[in-house]
Design a protein around this ligand. Sequence first.
Ligand code: DON
Length: 605
Amino acid sequence: MRRALRLGLLVLAACSGGIKTPETIPVAPGVLPAIPAAIAPPVVDTSAKPAAGGGEAGPALVAADWPLTQRVKSVAGEHAMVVTSHPLASDVGVDILRRGGNAVDAAVAVAFALSVVHPVAGNIGGGGFMVIRTRDDTVRTLDFREAAPSGATRSMYVDSAGNVLASSLTGPLSVGVPGTVAGLFEAHRRFGRLPWKALVAPAVLLARDGHVLDGVRSRQIGREAERLARFPASRAQFLVNGEVPPAGTRFVQSDLARTLQLIADSGSQVFYHGSIAELIVQEMAGGGGLITRDDLARYRVKWRDPIAIGYRGYTIYTMPPPSGGGVTLAEIVNVMEGYAPLPPFGSARLMHLQTEAMRRAYADRNAYLGDPDFVEMPLSRLLSKSYAARLRADIDPQRATPSPPAGGGHSEGTETTHFSIVDAGGSAVSCTTTLNNDFGSAVTVTGAGFLLNDEMDDFMTAPGKPNLFGLVQGEANAIAPGKRMLSGMTPAIVLDPAGRLFLVLGSPGGSRITTAVYQVVSNVIDQDMPLPTAVAAPRLHHQAVPDTLHLELEGFVQASIDSLEAMGHKVTAWNYKTEVNAIGRAAVGWIGVADPRRGGGAAGY
Ligand code: DON
């Protein structure tokens, strides 16, 4: 209650432009929620200062001119809230909710709308994960991750010198069997209230009548224009007379409108067995891709038990494998739960501990995780508090632990999208969906107007070699026919200690998704930050390999950065490539925050 009230007050402050920016983000000194004795972990006293100094006692340390503090906006809603990567998609979701739809109905409508207005990541040719909390307080997760085609082989992307070929990222060979349409159809079949057709209809209209392209989406097309132009159907779909359409262009997608109308009329059948399947297979055959009619016909979504992580009395529900997100998040928070009091946000002491927790969690992710239908994983051990205690015991509070050597930096051009929804009945959906790279494989299905993913690159494409995100992964994630590639997506729903819906959040960002989600959760729970501040706060990321600490450098104070370097961390700059779209409980009802790092929007009522 206390927290709800405070969030509510801060909503009002945020709505009236009242977020202050003095020297630091105005965060109350960390007030940790009471931890019931039964679940309180053994704690490590963190009051000792690192040898390198840093002088971190006191309030949060955020650079005075960190621009996101100014840019973050929040929306308050008494009953319901939708936060997505595009304001038009958020409006579609709220409209469905106002018409009596529930959170799953809104999720279906939003996902289809994003495939039209946010084509860099929104999709019907990709896959994703959905965490659903229904009114009866049950949490379920739906896996509609892509699967490797039956013709896929372990070393299909490796040349004779052992290097990974570009065909894992661009062109028909990079495409996994899409899961999105089957996933949305199944979510609706199980939980939907409004007719399916009514949920696809807004997307049909946006594609058929067009929408006004904004600057964000125009720039996204601009950055990938060369890649898109290699494929005639993509060129026709996204470029206008061979040029990048400027902001303000009315963007009409007639082929996509026809495809969406077919899906509205016939459900997922037409996509996996009918005329759309035929067009996908033709596209594959014409360009050396592997997906067959059988691959499409055999594709199945899977309901899976969520991973539930207890954290200082809160419960975080998120995805199990084939997303590595949940296990990685669990390891990070379990390690961090053992430190109390947590040092202030932005202090070298806190950043060091977080980095070391991340390093260990990602090392395990890369070594052990894969598709549960193909590999045995020591999940109960990895998820246990006792294992976290062992990891914690190995962390030197004063020095960075070197990761084992392996290579690779990571690209910054990659796309996924997350949306969060809460309806007036208290149901919630947290959904992350992806094409992987920006505009996926860059292949648009000729005659059908939608992009195909390049999710095959999420497998271990070659032993010891980094993927698009610099992840160097293990045998557990080797390619096999029908197998799902390991993901980092971490859609999450957090309940407060009273069991009430508290946060709904997730992010794109490849390997950085999990650490972004962790930091927002920790900022709210541990640092007592209001949600807009927690989302705007600068982020760090470490993934074991490469052994590099990525920082939103302009957001942290120099003394902390200097301390981290003195402790042995290899610090490097990393720009705003995650996008946490989040909803939090507030006294007014709900507060929605679209990450100011990208071009999303929140809408509620
Ligand atoms: O599933 C995964 O982990 C990746 N394919 C997600 C890609 C992603 O988040 C790119 N977005 N920025």
